[in-house]
Design a protein around this ligand. Structure first.
Ligand SMILES: Cc1ncc(COP(=O)(O)O)c(C=O)c1O
Length: 437
């Protein structure tokens, strides 16, 4: 039955360039098409998939296409998409070596390649999680245990009740998922001391008073502006204070893979942990995030499992690095993306997205729009009313979302896909200028 599915997949991918990118649909339209009651008798897989394909059609967003600039969304590289489909076909449980030697060794190799292209210490460890949200939670769980350990408290064994207070610092522009992660790991979103930021949203190191063991949450790539915190300075401050430096680099960390943008991330390699996504700038299909920790022992102590039935192995046990035990073999798609791009292909992808962001900014500014950020990476922030943003979305040429930046309503343009061309940028900029009026 996979033949018709592949034919549909090919047709869908071929339609991406022409279909409206994100035209809104009423949820009731989808509910009506997807049937409300579960029938009693089984159906054939062919019927189920035929029905599913035609029912969901109006609710699909062409985020896999070249003119989707919403959130920070990568396209899916052909090799990564195919590897991910194979992960479903092979149905490997990636949790341990014995449950899938292939998944274990693929993740071991992909770990090495990821550290290499990101310029991070080769001894660090990588967990293949769902996204930067879980990567932040994984890294901060290890950070919490290590920093509390320095204060004489074993959080992995004794939990947090009665633990000494732990200071967490995060820039006022930290991503929402940092606060989500702090909630999940029991420190509470309110534990974060807000640090002042610059007009671009980068952390203002001078205004931060670090005293004693603490966790500092830095950012490489502000979701609105793309701004990167001064990581070398932060690393030095943290080293002197005995603090753990965590970098949320969901997309920005990938700039290190390009020789022409690497300088923006100077000092990133000195941090203790890094959260990033493969489903953003590496263009791996959803879902795929990477939790990277310099101290492999701390990573395993925070995430690892042990039980009599979990067959010991001298090889990589993927469950040592992620909050999940059983899970999809996410490493296949990361491996395939890196293998298909190679170093130069990855650098070219990063450079092309940044060049397209700059082109967007200049076309929009020439057309009278007001660009609110310094376009140093792949993000462009443009003053726009919510109504103008809704007009862009309804037009369907491209899709982008809104935000409020320093009290001002704005649209966010994120260029993160390998397939976006200069023609796509020009066509989209024209549609945006028409909607801005
Ligand atoms: C800086 C930053 N951190 C974290 C996230 C969350 O990533 P995810 O939705 O993949 O968990 C994002 C998403 O845009 C981000 O830009």
């Amino acid at each position: 039955m996979l033949d018709p599915v592949f034919r549909h997949a090919d047709r869908y991918l071929a339609s991406l360039d022409d279909r409206p990118v994100g035209v809104p649909v009423e949820a009731d339209v989808l509910r009506a098409r997807l049937a409300s009651e579960l029938q009693a008798a089984p159906l054939t897989p062919e019927q189920v998939i035929d029905e599913l394909i035609s029912a969901v059609e109006p609710g699909l967003v062409a985020s896999a296409g070249p003119r989707y600039f919403g959130f920070v969304t990568g396209q899916a590289l052909p090799a990564a998409r195919a590897a991910d489909m194979l992960a479903a076909v092979w149905d490997q449980n990636a949790f341990s070596y014995v449950s899938s030697p292939a998944a274990a060794v693929v993740e071991e190799v992909a770990e090495r390649w990821v550290l290499d292209v990101l310029g991070l210490p080769s001894s660090a460890s990588v967990g293949f999680v769902t996204g930067a949200q879980m990567a932040n939670a994984t890294c901060l769980a290890a950070a919490r245990n290590v920093v509390l350990g320095r204060l004489g408290w074993d959080a992995a064994r004794d939990g947090l009740i009665g633990a000494p207070p732990l200071k967490v610092y995060a820039g006022a522009g930290a991503h929402a998922t940092i606060f989500g992660a702090l909630r999940f790991i029991g420190l509470g979103a309110g534990s974060a001391v807000p640090v002042k930021v610059t007009s671009q949203g980068a952390l203002d190191v001078e205004s931060m008073t670090l005293d004693g063991p603490a966790i500092v949450c830095a950012q490489a790539g502000n979701v609105n502006t793309g701004a990167i915190d001064p990581l070398a300075e932060l690393a030095e401050r943290c080293r002197r204070a005995g603090a753990w430096l965590h970098v949320d680099g969901a997309f920005g960390l990938w700039a290190a893979a390009s020789p022409s943008h690497r300088g923006l991330l100077a000092g990133a390699e000195l941090a203790d942990s890094w959260a990033t996504d493969a489903h953003k700038w590496l263009n791996v299909p959803y879902d795929s995030g990477l939790a990277i920790i310099a101290d492999r022992v701390a990573h395993r102590a925070a995430m690892g499992l042990s039980a009599a039935y979990l067959v010991e192995s001298e090889h990589r046990q993927n469950y040592d690095y992620t909050p999940e035990a059983s899970r999809r073999a996410r490493g296949f798609a990361v491996y395939a993306a890196l293998r298909s791009l190679g170093r130069t292909g990855l650098a070219a992808l990063i450079d092309r997205c940044c060049a397209h962001a700059r082109l967007f900014a200049s076309l929009l500014a020439e057309g009278g729009a007001s660009v609110l950020n310094d376009v140093t990476l792949n993000q462009v922030l443009v003053a726009a009313s919510p109504e103008a943003i809704a007009r862009v979305q309804a037009d369907g040429t491209c899709w982008l979302g809104g935000t409020v930046w320093r009290g001002q309503s704005a649209m966010r343009i994120s260029v993160s896909g390998y397939g976006t061309t200069e023609a796509d940028v020009r066509r989209s900029a024209a549609a945006i200028l028409a909607a801005l009026g």
